[in-house]
Each structure stands twice: as structure tokens, then as C-alpha cells.
Design a protein around this ligand. Sequence first.
Ligand code: ATP
Length: 281
Amino acid sequence: MSSTEHDEVHRTSGRENILEVRDLVVTYGGAVQALRGVSLSVAEGAVVALLGSNGAGKTTLLRALSGTLSLHRGRAESGEVRYRGKSLKGVDPAHCVATGLVQVPEGRRIFTRLTVEENLKAGGLGVRGHGDKAADYERIYTMFPVLAERKSQRAGLLSGGEQQMLAIGRGLMAHPQLLLLDEPSLGLAPRIIGQIGEVIGEINRQGTSVLLVEQNATMALGVADHAFVLDVGKVSLSGTAAELSQSDAVQRLYLGHGADEAPKRETAAVRSTRKLTRWVQ
Ligand code: ATP
């Protein structure tokens, strides 16, 4: 997407952008070019989906946002990332979390030997200015009752879906303003993926903007307001989730069916009136 098109996204969103990425180029070890000039934005209060196949650069983009590129020998060569209007250049991961930019990494990465509650506690470490930890646990246990039932159990005993919920809950302990979710549906059964989509909608309704990286386009477009498709390090398509659901390329590549079988997606109005199905697996 050119800078002009990026400006168009900015203007048409009608809201301030909490995140703006412009012409971002990232390499690993100075050789592999993983992002080749990516521009995208996330409007305040929105859920934005980032779709793309293996190796497209989705995780690399999240690393660039959460200050973790250098941990993987990655480097932003050029371009700009702005969060709440401020450049993220040289900002370390702890500072990102402290300012509300929180990543839930691919593959859960929970502490399997610690209990559920200890994992949640770890998510709140180093987060200042949000005094009432009891209220934080309560919020997460209300959203995920199964975590309340299992709070004293070792996290390694949870099912894959429950571990994903714990990873999301741990991220919520840091009071994100922009939550970066890296493939939360990975390896999970369709029913559980549906519940994850509902949870993302609920988190958003409670006031958190979300950038959702997904290969599961059905779930992602079902919950997102806007979406971008990343293709070998470049944005190849962008639009509202409804527009992309109807796009032939998205249907063929990511939704796995013909143009006359568009996925059923809810409008934002329908979503806002729906209650979250409790996580009671
Ligand atoms: P996946 O869904 O498979 O994780 P992705 O869209 O998240 O894919 P990335 O993991 O960002 O893609 O990878 C983008 C490119 O960068 C790929 O060519 C990948 O091989 C390369 N890459 C990713 N991490 C590293 C690294 N630490 N060192 C070298 N190359 C890397």
C-alpha cells in the first residue's frame, strides 16, 4: 500500500489512530528482508485483523511493535512506527508494556510449572498505576470462569484452549490499550476458535483496541472491523472486514471456498448487543 493509500485508511477510519506503521522495512541478520515497506494503521477502539500465510511477516510486524525485534536478530532498517502519536524507535519491551502496548505471543508461552494464578500474577509484574490487583483477577476470572476453577493448578495441566485463554488473561493483567494477539487460534478445534473470537470481541467492548494476527480468516474477519493482508512482507490488500470477506482473493486464499459462499459475519451492531458465551469447557 502506498503512503497515499495509507493516508486514505487514516482518513476513512473517522477515529484517531492508536497505531500507525509507515513504510516499515525489517531485516534479520542484515540479510533476510521480512518486511518490505509495510504501512497500516489501527483506529482507537477498533479490532484490526492482519491476515497472511506462513512466512508473510506477521510475527515480524508484531515484534517490531513490541520492541522484541533485536531479541531475534531483527532490525528495523527504515520506516516508522507510531503508538499514540509517539515513535517507538529504540523503545524496549518493558516500556511498551508500561505504555499499554501488550503482546500475547504465538504458541501461548505460558509458564507450565507455575499455577494459573501465578501466571496471571506474572502478567501484572512491573505494571504501575493500576493498584487493585484483586479487581484485575476478578475481571479475568469473570471472563474465563474455568481459570477461576483451576487457579491453583499447574498451568501445564490445562487444555490447549485453556492455555490460550490463560495467555490472553496474562496479557490483560498488564492493562493493554492495544492488545497484539499472535495467532490465538493456532492448533485449536473449531469450537474453541469460535470462543476465542467471542472473547476478543468482549475484550474490545471493554475498551481495548486489538491487532489480531491470524491465519484463520473466518474467525478474524468475523470479529474485526478492518483487515490487512500481508503477502511476502508487503500489504497486498486492505479494507473493512466486510469488504475483505467478499474479496475473491481472500475467499480463494484464506477462506477456502468459492465466491458465492461468503462467510457469514455479524455486523458491529449485532456484535455489540451479544453477550459473551462463558468459557466453561
Ligand atoms: P508464521 O505464521 O509461519 O509464523 P509469519 O507471517 O508470522 O509466519 P514471520 O515469522 O514474521 O512470518 O517470518 C517472515 C520471514 O522472516 C520469513 O521468511 C522467516 O523465515 C523470516 N524470519 C522470521 N524470524 C526470523 C529470524 N529470527 N531469523 C531469520 N529469519 C527470520
